[in-house]
Design a protein around this ligand. Structure first.
Ligand code: AMP
Ligand code: MG
Length: 478
């Protein structure tokens, strides 16, 4: 182990609990070295928060050419329902280097994505192209800026090699930082192989690692807590117009972080049927379907939990149904709570759901931009098109003790001025990939790191793409 140890101490502190789990969960696998590693972007703020010395971090480590001290590289086994169909999967182009312990005491997965073939690669080449890896970097950091739980992006390096998709593209590796990579699909994998001991071990590991504060340590309580976190997460997505795009069960992390930024994007014009992903032909993962799909995915998770819930299968099914039944109410509660903030409301009234719904109806009918409509709402200024709704909202605001200024301050903290607009993301990627100009990307990242701030220079990022470009499509990061 570690014969390639990096002589420079960059601050890595690995403690790898996953490799102490039952062996069917992973395969030891080193990344495949590449021709010519070169740093493209390094997240200095994230490195610092992880206790890493950014200046001592080398491209060789992030390309997989050098294994940092203490890392124990593995490919993780998992399965998943992809567009509704069950498949055995696993890390086909990712390597988990290990778990790094931060000075604040957090345990973080350090994963290379695009680092070469593994036994789970099937027909894939194990590689990734620069554009999609930079895209994941931008969107995940945007989500973090919005305060939404997400995996993070530490580094993107180029490999000096060409990857072949429809055409030859520059190869790259992304270093992804996550609370863990335990997925709904990880449980599905163990359930499919009927490995009850391993399933129990993974459940206990998940509980200790992600839900250490559970009052009752039981598998039932764990399942409830996971459901609660997913309800909160998907509500947060909905409140900023985020569309994940490929909510397969292998892309749902039990930590409650957003994971796997493939064909995701933020909606401009409000339309619940919006789909960006070119492979989602049935609109399964449309904006407005996301809570239903999360519920469906959690039902797949609950099925794997059945033997943990009760020795008697019938009773286990009853318990699972009961727990799953809480999801719609939990989702709506998180969503409505967020909507109240977006509307400047501090307390709850029973008509609030209707008030939010009516605004969304107007937005859909008028084809308004989701982000800008909320950002521009102002109880003190009559907005054309809002008509009777504005009066109703004003009356509602006047029934709470807070002032209009208080309401506006609250609204500005939850209605972002800046989101990663598709055309701006594409612009930044085109400059970076085609001409090696990282300026636009760094400026975009800067704006996205503080999306609620009202700086005038952010105007540049506020407009949706000009009309006619609504056919924006995203592609899986293959
Ligand atoms: P994703 O759609 O990115 O969630 O990936 C679904 C599955 O395909 C996962 O098991 C990936 O590891 C695998 N995969 C995606 N792209 C590649 C690739 N280029 N080479 C090998 N496996 C891949
Ligand atoms: Mg995936």
């Amino acid at each position: 182990m570690n014969k390639n140890a990096n002589p420079i101490d960059a601050g890595w502190r690995f403690d790898n609990s996953y490799v102490r789990l039952p062996e069917e969960l992973f395969l030891p696998q080193n990344p495949e070295p590449v021709a010519k590693p070169a740093m493209v972007v390094l997240n200095r703020a994230l490195a610092k928060s992880m206790g890493l010395d950014a200046d001592a971090l080398e491209a060789e480590v992030f390309a997989g050419n050098k294994i940092p001290p203490g890392a124990e590289p593995i490919a993780q086994a998992y399965a998943g329902h992809q567009f509704g169909n069950f498949t055995m999967l696993g890390d086909g182009r990712a390597i988990l280097l290990g778990e790094h312990l931060t000075p604040a005491g957090a345990r973080l997965d350090v994963q290379l994505k695009g680092s070469g073939r593994t036994p789970f690669s099937r027909r894939g080449d194990g590689r990734a192209a620069l554009g999609p890896m930079l895209r994941e970097y931008i969107i995940s950091e945007a989500m973090n800026g919005l305060g939404i739980p997400t995996t993070r992006s530490l580094v993107v390096v180029t490999t000096g090699e060409t990857v072949y998709r429809d055409t030859g593209l520059p190869g790259a590796v992304l270093t992804r930082i996550a609370a863990s990579h335990i997925r709904v699909g990880t449980f599905e994998y163990l359930a499919a192989t009927r490995n009850l001991d391993a399933l129990r071990a993974l459940a206990d590991h998940t509980q200790k690692r992600h839900y250490p504060d559970l009052a009752v340590e039981s598998h039932r309580a764990l399942l409830e807590a996971i459901i609660e976190r997913q309800a909160a997460l998907v509500a947060r997505w909905m409140l900023v117009g985020f569309i994940h795009g490929v909510m397969n069960t292998d892309n749902m992390a039990l930590s409650g972080e957003t994971i796997d930024y493939g064909p995701c994007a933020f909606m401009d014009t409000y339309d619940p049927e919006t789909v960006f992903s070119s492979i989602d032909r049935q609109s399964r993962y449309a904006y407005g379907n996301q809570s239903r799909i999360a519920h469906w995915n959690l039902a797949r998770l609950a099925e794997t939990f059945l033997p943990l819930l009760d020795d008697d299968e019938t009773r286990g099914v009853e318990i699972a149904k009961e727990i799953l039944g809480i999801f719609p109410e939990r989702f709506e509660s998180h969503w409505l709570g967020g909507m109240r903030e977006k509307l400047g409301l501090f307390n709850a009234e029973s008509e609030d759901l209707g008030l939010a719904g009516e605004l969304l109806e107007i937005m859909a009918r008028e084809q308004w931009d989701f982000t800008n409509t909320f950002r521009n709402l102002n109880p003190a200024a009559e907005a054309p098109g809002l008509g009777a709704w504005q009066a109703k909202w004003q009356a509602r605001l006047s029934r709470q003790p807070q002032t209009i200024e208080d309401a506006l301050a609250r609204m500005h903290k939850s209605n972002p001025a800046v989101i990663p607009r598709n055309h701006k993301v594409e612009e930044a990627l085109a400059a970076a990939v085609a001409s090696g100009d990282l300026g636009p990307m760094h400026r975009l990242l800067e704006a996205l790191s503080n999306p609620f701030e009202d700086a005038s220079e952010k105007e540049h990022y506020r407009n949706p793409a000009p009309a006619g470009s609504e056919t924006y499509q995203t592609f899986c990061g293959t």
